[in-house]
Design a protein around this ligand. Structure first.
Ligand code: CMP
Length: 140
């Protein structure tokens, strides 16, 4: 058994609709433990830095505007193969392609307003966790 960590964002479309608890319940019921959590209003600089890998994409401006439009909840999740497990629980990026019971199938509005972000690898999870959390804010 390999217990690892991943990084999650509950996005503005979900916080706006008061779905922080509903999303977190799917994560917890799915075997992940929230070991750090804070509600923040991202700055433009934070959003542009966090999503820097997408800066050449046509949707970059829309993505940044959306992520700073309202508060988000950033979380560190811990569990067995946390990156993969979280991605299973989130479902496909486009909610119309997501499996039944996943967060995005249940709650997302569109490919942009897709309720959650999750790291795509252990390496990126470490980078993304460090982007928003100090080690002393993570209590496993
Ligand atoms: P996320 O996992 O946060 O990583 C990058 C985000 O870009 C992705 O989720 C989507 O919300 C967003 N995204 C991807 N494709 C599009 C698109 N075609 N239009 C708008 N946003 C997109």
């Amino acid at each position: 058994m390999t217990v690892t960590r991943t990084f999650s964002i509950i996005k503005p479309d979900a916080t706006r609709r008061n779905l922080t608890g509903a999303v977190t319940k799917i994560l917890e019921d799915g075997g992940l433990r929230v070991v750090a959590s804070k509600r923040i209003h991202m700055t433009r600089a934070q959003a542009e830095g966090f999503y820097g890998v997408h800066k050449e994409r046509p949707f970059f401006g829309e993505l940044v505007d959306f992520m700073i439009s309202e508060p988000v909840v950033v979380q560190v999740l811990e569990g067995e193969n946390a990156v993969l497990r979280n991605r299973e629980l989130m479902g496909a990026t486009n909610p119309s392609e997501a499996d039944e019971g996943t967060i995005r199938k249940t709650h997302a509005l569109s490919i942009g307003e897709n309720s959650v972000h999750g790291s795509d690898s252990d390496e990126n999870a470490a980078i993304e966790i460090a982007f928003f959390f100090n080690e002393d804010e993570i209590v496993g």
